[in-house]
Write a protein that binds this ligand. Structure first.
Ligand code: PSU
Ligand code: MN
Length: 306
């Protein structure tokens, strides 16, 4: 076997080998999703929360061309504060490696690297999906087809309403990606607890999610299980503010001709600015909830405690 190109931290490697719980975390959320300096604080807090639940955090990104599973605090800080760090989806990983670039990894790239390292559970904020107007632009996140080929559990708060939610749900069905709500059948819309679209199934505990995963694995099905975990209704973004800013964000992206992989960061940045940071607080709450649930699922699936 050729040597693995992955740098896996000792702590993460040891936990994986022992069957102790590990939770993967992505880096695009702090390289391109959240503004400085909040981004570093959020990345650190997420790791601390995972550790407090006796689970090993594995934040994943690319450092100087090296895909890394279990970034050190210094590496997280570097990625979070350096200008021009790339946003790497799966197709960009070989390019970042060959060119020696540093990158935040999207859900697709992070999921791929997590699976390569032997990690089974991954928490993110919002999942990529089908963009509005995709009927013309074909802009669908590589997150979806990539997750369709990886036997992980991915915890998110659904997809943001910057995307086309019903088209995204259709694509999940086509790709055989199961999606379950955590204690609800309302599909969340990230900033809001209910997008207005419904799911067929809810699950009530990390243990129940573990049983779904065991059943999936026993059949040899190798697509991710998507767990949609809504933000508490009392902490969601006020609906009117949400709808107003959303409309303006989409208009502005259209007016400026923003397209391709710049679309998601552009829209997220617009929403953050125009809600005066309120969406940012929701974003952080949402992420915290997903990290906590992911850690509990990782613990339920592990064979050895930490
Ligand atoms: N959705 C969010 N916040 C994010 C992203 C999505 O609410 O930061 C990031 C994730 O890393 C996701 C990526 O994988 O954007 C999707 O980008 P694209 O639509 O270009 O595939
Ligand atoms: Mn895209």
């Amino acid at each position: 076997m050729p040597p693995t190109p992955l740098a896996i931290s000792e702590e993460v490697r040891d936990a994986i080998e022992r069957g102790a719980p590990v939770l993967a975390l992505e880096s695009t959320i702090f390289t391109h999703g959240l503004p400085r300096p909040r981004n570093i604080a959020v990345a650190r807090e997420a790791e601390d929360l995972v550790r407090s639940l006796r689970v090993v955090p594995a934040t994943i990104g690319v450092v100087d061309g090296r895909p890394t599973v279990g970034l050190s605090p210094d590496e997280i800080e570097r990625l979070a504060t350096t200008d021009g760090v790339m946003k790497a989806s799966l197709r960009d990983l070989p390019l970042a490696m060959a060119k020696g670039l540093s990158a935040g990894t999207t859900v697709a790239a992070t999921a791929f690297l997590a699976d390569r390292a032997g990690i089974r559970v991954f928490s993110t904020g919002g999942l990529g999906g089908v963009h509005r107007g995709a009927q013309q632009t074909f802009d669908e996140s590589a997150d979806l087809p990539t997750l369709a080929a990886l036997p992980l559990v991915l915890v998110s708060a659904g997809v943001k309403s910057i995307l086309d939610i019903p088209l995204t749900l259709e694509r999940l069905e086509t790709l055989s990606l199961a999606v379950v709500g955590y204690r609800t059948t309302d599909y969340p819309g990230f900033y809001i607890s209910d997008s207005g679209y419904d799911l067929d199934f809810s699950v009530d505990s990390p243990g129940e999610i573990a049983r779904v995963v065991e059943a999936r694995d026993s059949l040899g099905i190798s697509s991710a299980l998507l767990v949609a975990n809504p933000v508490g209704a009392e902490r969601e973004l006020p609906r009117e503010l949400h709808d107003d800013v959303l409309t303006r964000a989409l208009d502005e992206a259209h007016r400026l001709g923003v397209s391709g992989h710049d679309t998601t960061p552009f829209l997220l940045d617009f929403v953050q600015r125009e809600t005066g940071g309120r969406s940012l607080d929701v974003n952080v709450d949402v992420y915290r909830g997903n990290v906590e649930l992911g850690a509990r699922i990782a613990a339920a699936l592990s064979t050895t405690p930490l």
